[in-house]
Design a binder for this molecule. Structure first.
Ligand code: CP3
Length: 345
């Protein structure tokens, strides 16, 4: 295996002592950079960016060059798996995802196929190859997928929602159908992530963006077993589970064979550590809205977070994706504050 020059992220995942903490931002590719907006303006369509490997590579590298973050995350979307399984999505300007057809019946589920990542999502796999080559072992590349529950929620609901009550209704009224669909998504996701690793992804992250709308019981039954299945398939590649809003499940997630657990801003670093135990690395968790404040406040909050998490087993990040209208100077201040904070062991 080749040596990655800046391997702070990988060493922190392994629990090693480092001279400073690694930092990257969820949703750093796209959204915040003027370079992204300019490209997006030219291309017009989000999906064209995702589905053109050269362009996806360019967008992936933009924050790496502009912000000097310690990891790249491949530019794609969690929803690509839906299309690969036979359920197309559209990205509606200023509104978000929309599915012309949704999943309702046994027949709908039977008609979905198990995705083969290498072929059915060839554009992102090729983008990973191109990005790896362009990075030339500068920093690690993160591959990702949605967790089965979150993908299920979009497939049933047909788009974003405050409550996802249609998707939750399916869990309560058709548990058997729900498990069939969740299993199909899980198998597809494992195939897709295996193709990502083969193409060069160094670390994987699972996004369970809608974890927080489930009750602890529903989460136990409909999300955790599938996350566990995915993690068990990747014992050679570090994998991060980020279940937004799932403070109630942290001690259960800690029992899953993942290496890193992402946490949002609703819990303190101390509480997260208590729930998770000593061994796993934590990632997070600054409130993205802190980055709307003045630089002094950004600096202070970032330093406080660094100290609260302790000297090892911590990857600095926000508690959720960076918001599109975040002042770039504050993103810079956040990253630089972490990079200037030297740890004494
Ligand atoms: O992290 C990165 O920088 C890599 C790229 C990435 C995107 N989406 C690009 C994107 C990642 C990791 C995602 C994950 C994703 N997509 C999640 C999980 C993370 C989270 O925020 O909870 C979810 C729920 C989605 C689904 C999705 N994609 C929604 C709801 C939307 C519309 C709202 C939004 O985020 O802007 C998208 C579109 C999307 N995905 C954009 C980007 C850059 C914006 C598209 C544009 O340029 O208009």
């Amino acid at each position: 295996m080749h040596h990655i020059k800046n391997d702070l992220l990988l060493r922190t995942i392994r629990g090693e002592k480092t001279s400073r903490k690694p930092v990257w931002l969820m949703r750093q590719a796209g959204r915040i950079l003027p370079q992204y907006r300019a490209l997006r303006e030219q291309v017009k369509d989000f999906k064209t960016l995702v589905e053109t490997p050269e362009l996806a590579t360019e967008v992936t590298l933009q924050p790496v060059d502009e912000l000097q973050v310690d990891a790249a995350i491949i530019f794609s979307d969690i929803l690509v798996i839906c299309e690969a399984m036979g359920l197309p999505y559209e990205m509606v300007e200023k509104r978000g995802p929309f599915f012309p057809k949704t999943i309702e019946t046994q027949q709908d589920i039977d008609q979905l196929r198990i995705a083969d990542g290498e072929h059915d999502i060839a554009y992102t796999i090729e983008a990973i190859r191109l990005t790896k080559s362009a990075l030339n072992f500068r920093i690690p590349l993160i591959g990702f997928a949605g967790c089965p529950w979150t993908i299920f929620a979009y497939m049933i609901e047909g788009g974003g929602s405050k409550t996802f009550s249609k998707a939750k209704k399916m869990l309560y009224t058709e548990p058997n159908l729900s498990h069939q669909l969740l299993q199909k998504i899980t198998t597809s996701t494992i195939n897709y992530l295996q193709a990502q690793v083969k193409a060069g992804a160094d670390v994987l992250q699972l996004f369970d963006s809608w974890a927080g709308i489930l009750s602890p019981q529903s989460y136990q039954e409909f999300s955790l077993p599938y996350i566990r299945q995915i993690c068990e398939a990747f014992q050679q590649t570090p994998i991060t589970v980020f279940a937004k809003g799932a403070f109630f499940a942290l001690s259960d997630i800690a029992q899953i064979p993942c290496h890193t657990i992402g946490i949002d801003w609703n819990i303190t670093p101390q509480y997260a550590r208590q729930m998770v135990g000593k061994h796993k690395t934590l990632q997070g968790n600054l409130d993205p809205c802190v980055l709307y404040a003045d630089t002094n406040t950004v600096q202070k909050a970032t330093v406080q977070m660094i100290q609260d998490f302790g000297n090892t087993h911590h990857i600095v990040n926000l508690g959720h994706g960076v918001y599109p209208d975040t002042p770039l100077d504050n993103v810079r201040c956040f990253v630089e504050t972490v990079q200037n904070y030297i740890l004494t062991h």
